[in-house]
Write a protein that binds this ligand. Structure first.
Ligand code: XMP
Length: 514
């Protein structure tokens, strides 16, 4: 059966993924395609509806992103947002020009409640605007359904052709009733049934994996992170012992993390899979000995990971399938989905296929956003603490120890980090702070403990809030929490005599220290 799909046609807007996520939050599956995608491909998807995104260009300028007008005749309702709305008008005979007053920010919009797009939306509603151009004249057949002080056509419709356009951005949370508008579009206008739910995703994926794998052998690199854990459990539910998971403990994991992963996925855990834990700590430490340059450390850890994984894979022999924890933002960001050309620069260790003898890759989470991966994880019965695990870089503590890495330094940063995480959780802040950890600075300084002079290391505490990890703010952690953590760290962790709190945002700093 064809999956009910709404297509986001991306004209280079910064909110392309956000639109798709919001539509999915309505219970409707949604995919992003670049405006360069051939119309035949879009038609083949039989979309229930199409959304044109915003974008930074002026649609009347030569070379601006555009699309064939055939799209208006394929029978799917279309909603144009910002640039998308201007392009719709432009292509259908309206006039777009520079707005006499540029609107930016939260603007009060007056809506006409007779429009199906605005069912149950307040007459005066706050919407997020960000535009230099505006619709000066609507295309024939359109009616204005909303306006603001400076924008006569804040929203328009042509009900006969099921075309809708908004100058504002309903997908942005600042548009107070935006989610309702998107829900109106997908349900009232496109007639979607809303069958995108994580329980059915899990059920259907298991069936599809079973069919694909048959009695083949499957190999998965397990890191203990959210994506690889959910992928592994999904596979194990589908093919049980045909799955082998290799978990490389590189000695750069958080305190007790290796044992926690083993407790869930190992022989005493609830899943019936073949679990191989490789304790490669010494091997990694010896390769890293004396190396201080961050990129070099990253490279060594990545390369060593492949070597270890490859060695284990060879023992298993040829496999039919290799599992990768790719998720939808990776697909969009690699340019396959939307218009964005950003190539992911952070590669997780693991799943590096060139070195393993396999026939095909399975990417069971390829269609999911991160929050959906988490919901699928919960659906599969994975423990909360694994499902809500904060991001952890592939090179692990290796890049949270400034300078050279030794087993002693790893132990110090692990202990300090465990205390920090415990205190953040005790203060009930673990759900509101996006990422928090301790890093070992390479700084040593003089201190005094009892009657003795010390010359020991300084720990830096980091806590940030962010939505996309591209920019971040230092979290305003209450002073008592920092104070208590500091006191515990200097008392409980040997060779630490100073604690700093990192107040820097990103930019100019990064979230990690290296
Ligand atoms: P930065 O330090 O660049 O980090 O501000 C942004 C986010 O990415 C994570 N990060 C990594 N993840 N491999 C990864 O898988 C890496 O090498 C890596 N470096 C940073 C970081 O934890 C943060 O969430």
């Amino acid at each position: 059966m064809k999956r009910e799909t709404v297509v986001v046609l991306d004209f280079g807007g910064q909110y392309n993924q956000l639109i798709a996520r919001r539509v999915r939050e309505c219970g409707v599956y949604c995919e992003i395609y670049s405006y360069k995608t051939d119309i035949e491909k879009i038609k083949a998807l039989q979309p229930k509806g199409i959304i044109f995104t915003g974008g930074p260009n002026s649609c009347y300028e030569p070379g601006a992103p555009t699309y064939t007008t055939e799209i208006f005749d394929i029978g799917a309702p279309i909603l144009g947002i910002c640039y998308g709305s201007q392009l719709m008008m432009h292509l259908l005979g309206g006039t777009i020009g520079k707005a006499p007053v540029r609107e930016y920010g939260k603007i009060e919009v007056t809506v006409d409640q007779n429009s199906r797009l605005f069912t149950d939306v307040s007459e005066k509603t706050i919407c997020w605007m960000s535009h230099n151009d505006y619709v000066a004249e609507m295309a024939p057949g359109f009616t204005a359904i909303a306006h603001s002080d400076n924008c006569p056509y804040a929203a328009m419709e042509n009900t006969e052709r099921s075309l809708y356009a908004t100058q504002f951005h309903p997908e942005v949370l600042h548009t107070k009733e935006g989610q309702k508008m998107l829900s109106n579009f997908v349900y009232n206008i496109c007639g979607c049934a809303g069958d995108w739910r994580m329980d059915s995703f899990v059920e259907q994926s298991i069936a599809a994996i079973r069919e694909k794998v048959g009695d083949g052998k499957v190999l998965c690199a397990l890191s203990g992170g959210v994506d690889s854990s959910v992928a592994a459990v999904l596979l194990s539910k589908a093919v049980g012992e045909q799955l082998t998971c290799v978990f490389v403990d590189h000695g750069l994991l958080r305190k007790n993390e290796g044992d926690e992963v083993e407790a869930v996925f190992g022989p005493d855990g609830p899943y019936k899979l073949n679990f191989i834990r490789v304790n490669a700590q010494e091997r990694f430490y010896s390769k890293l000995a004396g190396v201080t340059e961050p990129e070099r450390k990253r490279k060594i850890i990545g390369e060593e990971f492949i070597r270890v994984f490859e060695k284990e894979a060879k023992k298993i022999g040829a496999v039919d399938f290799l599992v990768q924890g790719t998720i939808y933002p990776d697909v969009v960001e690699s340019g396959v989905g939307g218009e964005s050309t950003v190539i992911k620069s952070h590669h997780n260790v693991g799943g590096l296929p060139d070195y393993v003898d396999f026939k095909e890759i399975i990417e069971p989470l390829r269609d999911l956003f991160k929050d959906e991966v988490r919901r699928a994880g919960l659906e599969l019965g994975i423990p909360d603490y694994l499902v809500y695990r904060q991001p952890f870089p592939g090179p692990g503590l290796g890049i949270r120890i400034i300078g050279d890495v030794t087993a002693e330094k790893v132990a110090m940063v692990q202990d300090a980090d465990a205390i920090w995480r415990e205190e953040i959780a005790n203060a009930g802040l673990d759900k509101t702070i996006s990422q928090y950890f301790a890093a070992l600075t390479n700084m040593r300084s003089v201190g005094v403990m009892g009657d003795e002079r010390t010359y020991d290391y300084a720990i830096a505490l980091r806590a940030v809030t962010t939505t996309d990890f591209m920019t971040a703010e230092s979290a305003q952690v209450p002073w008592e929490v920092i104070e208590k953590t500091t006191s515990r760290i200097v008392n409980e962790v040997k060779h630490i005599n100073r604690v700093f709190y990192d107040c820097t945002g990103k930019p100019p700093a990064t979230i990690e220290f290296e």
